[in-house]
Ligand binder design. Structure first.
Ligand code: CU
Length: 146
């Protein structure tokens, strides 16, 4: 590693520590998120109401730092989040058409989805929109909109 690369690495680490980036918010053991009303392989009609379930921890609005809480994120037709991609959101879950934030503490949404197959997955983010140290996320499910 040359000097420049080392400086960049050190600065990035400092920035991460200062700004709270990286997964450093604890989540309770055994906490879970899941889809309340949709199963993998379900066929549904649009608009599709998606209910977010959470067990073993609480929902708090984004920006509020309370222990054992987080807010929901719905990944729509995005790359699955899982053991191989745990660091994907270490600088925050993006906010775009494929990554929806529910920073007000909402626990459901109604989506207009075109006909065809869609994947959905829930990921809990902390007050900085970053997954917990032990990330809490659901299975990625595939639904068909008819
Ligand atoms: Cu968020």
């Amino acid at each position: 590693m040359n000097k420049f690369a080392i400086s960049v690495a050190v600065l990035s680490t400092l920035a991460a520590a200062t700004m709270g980036f990286a997964r450093d918010t604890a989540a309770p053991d055994g906490a879970k998120v899941y889809f309340v009303n949709l199963e993998d392989g379900a066929t549904v009609s649009s608009p599709v109401t998606v209910q977010f379930g959470m067990n073993g921890m609480g929902v708090a609005p984004a920006g509020v730092e309370w222990d054992n809480t987080g807010h929901h994120h719905l990944l729509i037709n995005a790359e699955a989040y899982g053991p191989d991609t745990l660091d994907a959101f270490d600088e925050g879950i993006p906010a775009d058409d494929n990554h929806k934030h529910f920073g007000g503490g909402q626990t459901e949404v109604t989506l207009d989805l075109p006909a065809g197959q869609h994947t959905l997955q829930l990921v809990v983010g902390d007050h900085f929109h970053i997954p917990h140290a032990d990330p809490i996320y659901s299975q990625q499910i595939t639904i068909t909109v008819n």
